[in-house]
Design a protein around this ligand. Structure first.
Ligand SMILES: Nc1ncnc2c1ncn2[C@@H]1O[C@H](COP(=O)(O)OP(=O)(O)OP(=O)(O)O)[C@@H](O)[C@H]1O
Ligand SMILES: [Mg+2]
Length: 257
């Protein structure tokens, strides 16, 4: 079975793209075959993978039957990826009030068409967690990872995640699992204060999930690698975030091998 993992957070800038890139590239260099879907209009991940972001088809074009999903896959040195750009904004209009229900399982259906070639499909999502695209991700995923940076806005975002997941589990995807909460951009000088930490732990317990043991530390190497359109592993394999992402991936693979 193909593992389909969506990276979701209730606020922007929580390291969804950085974390999905790290996982995807690592899998591809360690005998797993993984596909990355850039399902964010910003196209950040596609840019980092060296794609001509504005000229390539996206999942919108796949949904609109302009292109077969297998032909929308770009083969890069960091692995296979489907591009994301502003055309993804048209997905909301493609599935409007009349055919909303047709749109809900569309991502799942299309990923299953491509899935036979992959052990893992990773979805990098947009910051917005309401609406058609977010619903499609939750319906398509077998598990989700919730990256959060240690600040109060991220913690507030956790409550929104619970609200959107519950109806999806009840209506479309009963097996949907939150694999874990990943603390990102962690800085020893800015350690989560006790009440924030307690709030994350409480949320994890209520949502039957875990907090991955090792937070991802902050390092300028992450930004530098992305600016150079390089993978973190190639650019700074010994950096703190590289070491921390290895620990995350080991835990992730315990349940998503
Ligand atoms: N461990 C880290 N150390 C330093 N900078 C980081 C780290 N992780 C992410 N960043 C930086 O923080 C910014 C936000 O990260 P990223 O783009 O991965 O977040 P995101 O959740 O995908 O954001 P968005 O919601 O806009 O899609 C980026 O500039 C990225 O380079
Ligand atoms: Mg992003």
């Amino acid at each position: 079975m193909t593992n389909i993992t969506g990276f979701i957070s209730g606020r922007g800038g929580a390291s969804k793209s950085t974390s999905s890139q790290a996982l995807h590239t690592w899998l591809n260099t360690h005998n797993h075959k993984a596909l990355l879907i850039d399902f964010d209009q910003q196209g950040n991940t596609s840019y980092t993978y060296g794609l001509e972001v504005s000229n390539l088809p996206t999942m919108y074009h796949v949904f609109n039957n302009d292109i077969d999903i297998k032909n929308a896959i770009n083969h890069t040195r960091n692995g296979d990826i489907i591009n994301g750009n502003a055309s993804l904004n048209k997905i909301e209009a493609l599935y409007n009030a009349d055919n909303y229900l047709e749109g809900v399982p569309k991502l799942r259906e299309k990923l299953h068409e491509a899935g036979e070639n992959y052990s893992h499909i990773i979805i990098d999502t947009a910051p917005k967690i309401q609406g058609m695209m977010a619903t499609q991700v939750l319906v398509a995923s077998t598990s989700i990872v919730v990256p959060i940076s240690p600040d109060i806005y991220s913690i507030q975002g956790l409550a929104r995640i619970s609200q959107v997941i519950a109806p999806i589990k009840a209506g479309y995807n009963p097996d949907l699992r939150i694999d874990g909460v990943l603390l990102t951009k962690y800085n020893d000088r800015l350690v989560l204060n006790a009440s924030l930490k307690q709030a994350v732990e409480q949320w994890a317990a209520q949502n039957d999930t875990r907090i991955y043991a090792k937070p991802i530390r902050e390092s300028v190497a992450v930004r530098e690698a992305q600016a150079k359109r390089d993978s973190l592993w190639d650019y700074a394999s010994e950096s703190n975030p590289s070491l921390d992402y290895q620990a995350f991936i080991a835990e992730y693979l315990e349940r998503n091998a």
